[in-house]
Write a protein that binds this ligand. Structure first.
Ligand SMILES: [Cu+2]
Length: 159
């Protein structure tokens, strides 16, 4: 492990790397440089007060590659189960149901937002308050993974 006692002693060559790491750790951004064409942006989690065992994650998945990819699975340390869900109108009601995968079009994006596609968390292991962050690991159909840090936001706040 390298240590820098003051910023002025950082080798100049390392500065771009440090900036890249800092950017990758910004909540809502993709956590690690995956090298793959799919990344997540604008991720957030709906807050869940004590006693509530369910909440949802929203984000936008971007695909810079020439091939469509699909999100097929996800995990997070704050909940027992993560399911891919969609909301659909059923008569007067909006109902949500699990979907097997969420397609990210080639050179396109898919938006997971309130009232539409989302990631559903079941069996929350702790309350989630605005200001907390949640780490999520998403798996794609080609076996690659996208790590995301999602900030928790108040239930009524839609960015
Ligand atoms: Cu749901």
């Amino acid at each position: 492990m390298m240590r820098f006692t003051s910023p002025s002693r950082r080798p100049a060559a390392l500065r771009p790397l440090l900036v890249a790491v800092a950017a990758a750790l910004t909540p809502g951004a993709t956590l690690a440089a995956q090298g793959g064409p799919v990344s997540a942006q604008d991720a957030w989690v709906r807050e869940a007060p004590a006693g509530r065992k369910v909440t949802a994650i929203f984000l936008t998945l971007h695909n810079t590659g020439p091939t469509a990819r699909a999100l097929v699975h996800g995990t997070t340390e704050v909940a027992d189960t993560l399911e891919l869900h969609e909301m659909k109108r059923d008569g007067e009601m909006m109902r949500m149901s699990p979907v097997a995968s969420i397609t990210i079009p080639a050179r396109g994006q898919v938006e997971l937002r309130p009232g539409g596609l989302h990631l559903m968390l079941f069996g929350l292991r702790k309350p989630l308050a605005a200001g907390d962050t949640v780490r999520v690991l998403l798996s794609l159909d080609d076996g690659s993974q996208v790590a995301v840090v999602a900030p928790v936001r108040a239930a009524g706040v839609v960015p």
